[in-house]
Design a protein around this ligand. Sequence first.
Ligand code: AMP
Length: 411
Amino acid sequence: MSFNDLGLEAELMRAVSAQNYSTPTPIQVEAIPAILAGKDVLAGAQTGTGKTAAFTLPMLQMLNRSNGSDHRPRALVITPTRELAAQVHESIRTYGKYLPLRSTVVFGGVGFHPQAAKLRKGVDILVATPGRLLDHAQQKTVDLSKVEFLVLDEADRMLNMGFLPDIKRILKLLPQKRQNLLFSATYVPEIQKLAFSLLTDPARIQVSRQNAATELVEHKAYTVARTRKRSLLTHLIKTENWDQALIFTRTKRGADRLTKHLIRERVSAQAIHGDKSQSVRTRTLADFKRGKVRILVATDIAARGLDIIELPRVVNFDLPEVPEDYIHRIGRTGRAGSTGVAISLVCFDEGDLLTAVEQVLQQRITIEVIEKFRDEVKTQTWSPGRPAARPAIQRTRPGRRPASGQRRRAY
Ligand code: AMP
């Protein structure tokens, strides 16, 4: 299947060629014709599958064909994080650069009024995070009554972050008749419920990452005493001469502490998390992408949607509490055909978390102990590499986080 077979117009094909994409990804093959046929879509796809182009290309085409003289947005794309919103908007600009469609993006953490001014001038496509979108709706700086095309991107993450009430409020502001697309990496019961209420006879599309986690990403774990994790990390960075790595910690404070430690050890590092202002987050990401910063330390939510091409390694300094987050985390490496390594630093009380990750991955992760760090490990109760020693965990509802009623700010 080639892009020529998908029914895309010349202007979009030109933009695709400019990106040097030779063939459409599986989600693009399935989603583009379905969306062009006017169908609602329920797609199980995560970052790295080419999902953004899968909804953006047909959305642009549909909007270009219909009449859009009004200044009110006709397409609305909602994303869980600011970074993802910015990235999706960038893709819309890239793929739509030969079409006369206007787009903008709104998210929190940056000035409200410049966004309002852009909205006032008129846009065809609006990309937004839920909170700031509602602020604009309340201030009447945006009118959503002409939205004919709705995309909920990374919907599972939005629910995990407690955005469901906001989403429901936003849906009430939209016209009844519209085309809806729902993208989600995992298909948990909450997503099922949302899909049922939102979508009409949807085309169901399920793709695994094209560069499947199991194929292009090598998974490794090192056992280490909790108090020695930072030293082990510095040891690995220095002895293996890492060029770049994205490191995940569970908390914002943990990210800050680790970053300070790395800087003290003369490793260039910066942290990205929810307490940093949007301008700092944007600058940090740009520095990392340019290679000015060697190590980026992030919390799960801040890292969501970061499109860092060919990142060689992702490190789980803390294992994620929700094992599906491991998949989201490693989505940053092994992209676009390149190989990557996912490294987890596992202390004795994280054995069950590692087992849960293995269940999601459906593969065992190789565990190593570095000689220098062996003594401390030996004193702990969990023996590495011995399955029986790892407590099996019962997970009755995969991917379930605490309540979806409130926005989680803990990250
Ligand atoms: P996404 O899953 O939308 O985050 O996309 C992941 C990456 O794949 C982005 O860097 C895109 O530029 C890239 N991409 C999207 N479609 C294709 C394609 N057909 N061929 C090669 N790369 C693509």
